[in-house]
Ligand binder design. Sequence first.
Ligand code: HEC
Ligand code: HEC
Ligand code: HEC
Ligand code: HEC
Ligand code: HEC
Length: 239
Amino acid sequence: MRQEFVADMTENNNNLNLTDGGSGDNRFRFPAWANYMVPAGVLLAIGILTYIPVLLTLGFSARTTDVGYQPVQPVPFSHKVHAGTLGMDCRYCHSTVEKTAFAAIPPTQVCMNCHAAIKSESELLSPVRDSYSDGEPVSWIKVHDLPDFVYFNHSAHINKGVGCATCHGRIDEMEEVRQSEPISMSWCLECHRQPERHLRPREEVTNMSWVTGAAGEELKSRYQVQSTEYLTSCTTCHR
Ligand code: HEC
Ligand code: HEC
Ligand code: HEC
Ligand code: HEC
Ligand code: HEC
């Protein structure tokens, strides 16, 4: 490739130099460093060609755009069966959701309350039995995951009447949990600007089919929900 390039230039220069006899002495010559430009250009091109797809993959993969993100879990635990068909309340397993920032993932003991007897031979439950006997928790993969510089608190929302389904969708209809909302800053702010549109009576926070409606304004004052000014200030979520 480099040879062609040099040959080309010589031809060009010959043409240009026709008037002064083409002596060759005053022909334009690329300085020595120019030889490195070709490999450097190739490297740059390779760099750009790999950089763009990497950027696109990172930018648009389910992990970062998030809606629809649904990792394969070590045990095919079905919310549809447990929360839907069996009608178990979310708080039976996510027991800290009303009291702390973090919604606890149930320890193996909670599963064994039933599965010591129900489906006790099931192959699907063998990681749960292993966990129970060796004391190592099941390695569930986190579905929703905010960056560390964002502060989020479940109890603050649950106690003011924001339902699980508003942020997580119809979990009771999901075989495996997938993210149903973008969990982006603009998504948080959309509700923080007009929380009254999304409030329900506290007793209904785990009701998956509740439709939030006209009572919002009244609930907002009854629960003394913070002002929109507070809810939209940067330090509320970035502290
Ligand atoms: C029998 C126990 C049990 C019940 C009842 C239950 N869950 Fe779960 N939940 C789990 C387990 C185990 C996981 C972790 C595995 C997974 O993501 O499927 C989980 C995961 C989740 C996640 C994803 C957490 C993450 O990683 O981001 C959400 C959201 C969730 N549950 C919401 C609910 C809601 C809402 C209800 C009530 C409608 C509910 N759960 C009822 C056991 C339960
Ligand atoms: C309140 C009782 C109860 C609790 C607690 C419970 N389960 Fe279940 N689970 C059931 C019942 C009932 C079934 C359905 C059995 C059937 O299909 O006949 C089931 C089915 C399953 C199955 C399908 C098994 C198969 O072979 O079809 C899995 C996997 C499972 N549960 C995982 C879990 C995990 C993991 C936990 C803890 C996070 C848990 N369960 C907690 C009652 C419970
Ligand atoms: C206002 C929106 C909102 C509501 C309401 C809400 N969640 Fe969440 N949930 C989130 C966000 C955001 C995360 C991710 C938090 C993080 O990564 O720090 C999350 C994470 C979780 C997790 C994973 C553990 C954790 O805390 O990171 C579980 C389990 C969960 N939610 C269950 C529930 C249940 C059950 C309810 C109802 C009782 C509920 N959530 C109500 C937004 C919400
Ligand atoms: C559907 C409505 C809704 C969504 C979505 C929502 N919030 Fe909120 N948030 C509220 C309400 C209502 C309050 C008021 C709680 C109060 O008055 O104490 C609140 C309060 C808060 C607080 C203040 C807690 C305190 O005690 O000071 C933080 C922090 C917060 N939200 C973070 C977030 C973040 C981060 C997101 C997005 C990942 C989010 N919220 C999404 C409705 C929502
Ligand atoms: C209601 C909660 C909330 C409030 C209020 C809020 N943010 Fe955020 N912010 C978030 C969340 C959630 C993310 C993470 C978004 C993501 O991961 O996509 C974020 C991300 C960011 C980022 C990183 C942007 C990026 O592209 O990664 C910056 C910078 C930021 N916020 C600045 C601010 C400033 C400045 C304010 C005040 C004007 C503010 N935020 C108010 C919730 C909030």
